[in-house]
Design a protein around this ligand. Structure first.
Ligand code: SAM
Length: 232
C-alpha cells in the first residue's frame, strides 16, 4: 500500500477513505494482520493492522522488508495522447521500471492538457500492484523546444521515428548509460520537429520496425526493449 507518511520502526500510519475500504472490505484485513507499505522514499515496511474501526484503522510499522529500489536510469518522454491511452502509458511505464515520466507537448498533439493527479494515481496503483518501492518522478508538461534546449548532458535521447532509424536493439546496445525515449503523439512529429530532434547532440533515431505503431504501443514496446537489455 502506498502512503505519504514517513516509514520507520513504530511509525503509526492512520488509514481512511478508499485505502481503508480496500483493506477492510476487499482484503478483509483483521487486527494484527501484516500489510506492506511504501512511500517512495523509505523502502518497503511490514506493518500490523491495529485500532480497526468500521471505516478506518492504524498501521503500525514493524520492520523494513526491502530497501528503496534503484530504478534503471531510463526516462519516458511522451507526447500527450487521448485520456485512456496516456493513462495506459503511465501505468505500463511504471510497471516496466522507468525512473521518470516527462510529458512533452508537440505541434500535432491533439491533447494539450494533462491531469497529472490522475496520471500519478495510475502510477501509484501500478507500483502497488507490481511491488515497486519507488514511484517514477512525474514532470509537468513541457514544450518540445524547451525539452531539447535543456536536455541534460550525458543522457541519450532515443527518438522513436517511424520514418526510419537504427534498429532498436543495435541502437540501445551501442549507447549504454542514462537514457530517455521520445515518442510522438497520434499524428506523429512534424518535419521541422523531426529535423530539430535529429540535429540534437543527444538524439539517436530508432526504428521499431516497418509498421506504424500506435503511440502507446511504441512507448510500451520500446521501454520493454530497453529494460530487457539494461534493466535489473
Ligand atoms: N496514428 C497512430 C496513433 O493514433 O497512435 C500512429 C501514431 S505514431 C505516428 C506515434 C509515434 O509512435 C511516432 O511519433 C513515433 O514516435 C512512434 N512510432 C510508431 N511507430 C513507430 C516505428 N515503427 N518506429 C519508430 N517509432 C514509431
Amino acid at each position: 500500500l502506498h502512503v505519504e507518511e514517513a516509514l520507520g520502526p513504530g511509525a503509526r500510519i492512520p488509514v481512511e477513505g478508499n485505502a481503508a475500504h480496500y483493506l477492510l472490505s476487499v482484503m478483509r484485513v483483521k487486527e494484527g494482520d501484516a500489510v506492506l507499505l511504501f512511500n517512495g522514499r523509505d523502502g518497503e515496511w511490514a506493518a500490523r493492522a491495529t485500532a480497526i474501526r468500521k471505516r478506518d484503522l492504524v498501521l503500525e510499522c514493524a520492520e523494513q522488508t526491502r530497501p528503496l529500489e534503484t530504478a534503471p536510469d531510463f526516462w519516458l518522454c511522451a507526447a500527450p495522447i487521448k485520456k485512456g491511452r496516456i493513462d495506459l502509458v503511465a501505468e505500463k511505464a511504471c510497471e516496466l521500471g522507468v525512473a521518470r515520466f516527462r510529458p512533452v507537448l508537440t505541434a500535432r498533439a491533439v491533447v494539450d492538457k494533462l491531469n497529472l493527479d490522475r496520471l500519478r494515481a495510475h502510477m501509484v496503483e501500478a507500483a502497488e500492484q507490481c511491488g515497486r518501492t519507488a514511484l517514477p518522478a512525474l514532470d509537468g508538461m513541457e514544450k518540445l523546444p524547451a525539452l531539447l534546449a535543456h536536455w541534460p548532458e550525458g543522457r541519450h535521447l532515443f527518438f522513436a521515428d517511424e520514418t526510419g532509424g537504427a534498429p532498436i536493439r543495435e541502437a540501445f546496445a551501442a549507447h549504454p548509460g542514462p537514457a530517455a525515449l521520445l515518442i510522438g503523439p497520434e499524428g506523429g512529429f512534424t518535419v521541422q520537429e523531426r529535423e530539430a530532434i535529429r540535429a540534437h547532440r543527444a538524439a539517436v533515431a530508432i526504428s521499431l520496425g516497418p509498421r506504424i505503431l500506435r503511440a502507446e504501443t511504441a512507448a510500451i514496446a520500446a521501454t520493454a526493449c530497453w529494460m530487457a537489455l539494461n534493466g535489473d
